[in-house]
Design a protein around this ligand. Structure first.
Ligand SMILES: [Zn+2]
Ligand SMILES: [Zn+2]
Length: 333
């Protein structure tokens, strides 16, 4: 059975600052800006929501209410939608299918550019994300899976798990291949920087457009609220449905040891990640929709990047698994 350690310093050795682990207000606030800030936690504290640390996360949600004051423009809406889909692709194509599963190859520059785009989604850095995801596949829907809706509550599987001290650290043992890159370690450490730059950039763009293209009807505050806050919160809650809903809602084509599901609705919203039972059955392919009608926008995007020569060696679904997919349409259980 799973048992919680009595005490942890939830930052690994290679990121540790020379000073001893701290407790209290300043240490927690330091962690907003530097994920290597060391904090000592123990016992039941590990599974309690760390309210002070998650103030920025709560703030992101509350900032969406700014829409009451900033109003609407088509330009702001299209900006929000574009940033939703482009950044969803960075999460699904790169944080998931590249960093977590290595289902294709790319250059170091492309790897970093998409890591930056992924980091702008406020879902931490690529090392933290990939480490948790690799452990998810290893322990899916067992007590060791920190975001299983089967062994934990639905709300914990959706977002409660990373709000606690237990969900904060990166398991460096499972991402040694990614830690070779200092730029990725840097991004993981200062992961708040990129979304802040995106938010500031959107504000400045809106401000410039207000004076130079008044016909668009937008301004700095409006573009900040729609383009950053609303887009980011929608992207976040949809992306994490793959941890929560995609393990309880949908059909099961393949027998897997977990409770993963295929769900066409989630696949449309997440650009292909909703074919989650397929993915748990064969996580090694760049493609997750195994039938022609299983729409997988991320895979089509990856094919386009491959056609441009920006990524290569996309790992296919083995023929015998495709044949099995054709003969099983799903049990519904
Ligand atoms: Zn899963
Ligand atoms: Zn996966």
């Amino acid at each position: 059975m799973y048992s919680a350690p009595a005490s942890v310093v939830d930052v690994p050795a290679q990121q540790q600052a020379p000073n001893p682990p701290a407790r209290g207000l300043t240490a927690t606030i330091a962690r907003w800006f530097d994920t290597s800030a060391r904090i000592e936690r123990s016992g039941a504290e590990l599974d309690r929501v760390d309210w002070l640390r998650i103030v920025p996360f709560i703030g992101l949600h509350l900032a969406c209410l700014g829409v009451i004051w900033v109003g609407f423009s088509w330009f702001a809406l299209w900006t929000a939608l574009a940033l939703y889909f482009v950044r969803m692709f960075a999460i699904t194509g790169f944080y998931h299918r590249y960093f977590s599963h290595k289902t294709f190859k790319t250059s170091r520059v492309m790897q970093f550019l998409f890591a930056l785009l992924g980091a702008s989604c406020v879902q931490r850095g690529p090392l933290w994300w990939a480490a948790h995801h690799r452990n998810h596949h290893r322990h899916a829907d067992t007590p060791l899976d920190v975001h299983s809706p089967v062994t934990r509550s639905f709300i914990v599987s959706h977002m409660g798990w990373f709000l606690t001290p237990r969900g904060f650290p990166t398991d460096h043992a499972v991402i040694k291949d990614l830690e070779k890159f200092p730029e990725l370690r840097w991004l993981d450490r200062y992961d708040l920087l990129i979304p802040v730059l995106l938010a500031v950039g959107l504000f400045v763009l809106g401000d410039v457009l207000e004076s130079h293209a008044p016909g668009l009807g937008t301004n700095g505050w409006q573009l900040l609220v729609w383009g950053f806050f609303i887009s980011t919160i929608a992207l976040f809650h949809v992306a994490v449905t793959i941890n929560s809903l995609a393990h309880v809602w949908g059909t099961r084509r393949f027998f897997t040891r977990d409770n993963s599901r295929n769900n066409w609705f989630l696949a449309l919203l997440t650009m292909g990640e909703g074919w989650h039972n397929n993915h748990h059955y064969y996580p090694g392919s760049a493609r997750q929709g195994f039938r022609w009608w299983e729409i997988d926008m991320t895979y089509y995007g990856l094919r386009a990047l491959a056609a441009l020569g920006l990524i290569w060696d996309l790992r296919p679904v083995p023929a015998k698994i495709l044949a099995a997919a054709r003969s099983h349409t799903g049990s519904g259980r």
